[in-house]
Design a protein. Structure first.
Length: 154
């Protein structure tokens, strides 16, 4: 397996963030002689584009010429994976994950140690303080609005 990109970071380094990722696995064409990944010409309105002729050799030769890179003419395929942040190819809303799919014990984030994950690592005291602060804020805003209504000039 050839890893196109490798993500760094760790829950223990104090700087990394949790970011939703999608891992793409597949087989990509490569130059079997030069042992390099290639840049195929995939789309376009000409007979060298892969989606027009379905011929890898022609599409790769054109793409590599445009890139100014060497191509031996021999195509092989290699298993690859790459990670993309989920700012690309987001699932439709019907297939979107709910909060509880990650933020619960046994959820997708369950194996991440060393960080507090809301919902998974519930602390009764922290939750109580949070509800008191939220409720107090709501009550203060409502009281402030009521005072402004009662004391407004007529």
């Amino acid at each position: 397996m050839t890893h196109i990109n490798k993500l760094g970071g760790s829950a223990k380094d104090g700087e990394s963030l949790i970011w939703p990722m999608k891992v793409f696995r597949g087989a990509q064409p490569f130059d079997a002689v030069n042992k390099t990944l290639v840049t195929p010409h995939t789309a376009g309105n000409d007979d060298t584009a892969y989606w027009k002729n379905f011929g890898w050799e022609k599409a790769i030769e054109t793409g590599m010429n445009v890139a100014g890179a060497d191509f031996s003419g021999k195509v092989g395929f290699i298993k690859t994976d790459m990670s993309w942040p989920i700012t690309h190819m987001v699932a439709p809303k019907e297939k979107a994950l709910g909060c509880s799919e990650c933020h619960t014990r046994g959820g997708r984030l369950d194996a991440i140690d060393g960080v507090y994950i809301a919902g998974r690592d519930a602390n009764r005291l922290v939750n109580l303080i949070g509800w008191i602060v939220a409720g107090g804020t709501l009550a203060a805003v409502a009281l402030h609005g009521l005072i402004r209504i009662v004391r407004r000039p007529r």
